[in-house]
Ligand binder design. Structure first.
Ligand SMILES: [Zn+2]
Ligand SMILES: [Zn+2]
Length: 158
């Protein structure tokens, strides 16, 4: 495996600006350490567990990093809405569209590990009606669908 460069993972200006805007909205500060965690997640094409993330950061920064620190950075990134946690896979992925707060639904491919984030008004409405009918007040909704993605299933039209 090739060694990641000692510099922080490259972060496209677009993502950096979005993260800065969301931090400012919440009155929080986007520190270099927080940014480094975000950049690492964006550089990867699949969700990462906290331990995979720590290993990547340690290799890149050539020093030991306390897991608690990384969990705190992840909490921050979720709080400002630029990172989501997959409950079923215990892993984290950057949000596709962090420009507005939202509930997401996720399609998890068990073959290639790819995760598609989708945002469906229809599903949200349906679930909130379902809860309403029972007088239930949801505070957090998780919709994660496991299966095989279109590419892996060979169903992508060419
Ligand atoms: Zn999202
Ligand atoms: Zn797949």
């Amino acid at each position: 495996m090739s060694r990641p460069s000692a510099k922080a993972a490259r972060l496209a200006p677009k993502w950096r600006e979005l993260a800065e805007a969301r931090s400012a909205e919440k009155g929080e500060r986007l520190t270099p350490a927080r940014l480094a965690v975000y950049a690492e997640l964006l550089a990867c094409d699949r969700p990462l567990s906290a331990y995979e993330l720590i290993a990547l950061l340690e290799r890149r920064q050539e020093r030991k990093i306390a897991p608690l620190t990384v969990y705190r950075h992840l909490d921050f990134l979720m709080r400002i809405g630029v990172v989501h946690r997959l409950q079923s896979a215990h892993s984290y992925l950057p949000c596709d569209h962090p420009d507005h707060p939202h509930d997401s639904q996720f399609l998890l491919c068990s073959s290639c590990g790819h995760v598609d984030e989708v945002e469906s008004r229809g599903i949200e409405t349906m679930l909130s009606e379902l809860a309403d009918e029972r007088g239930f007040r949801p505070d957090h909704t998780v919709v994660e669908i496991k299966g095989v993605c279109g590419t892996c299933a060979g169903s992508v039209p060419d």
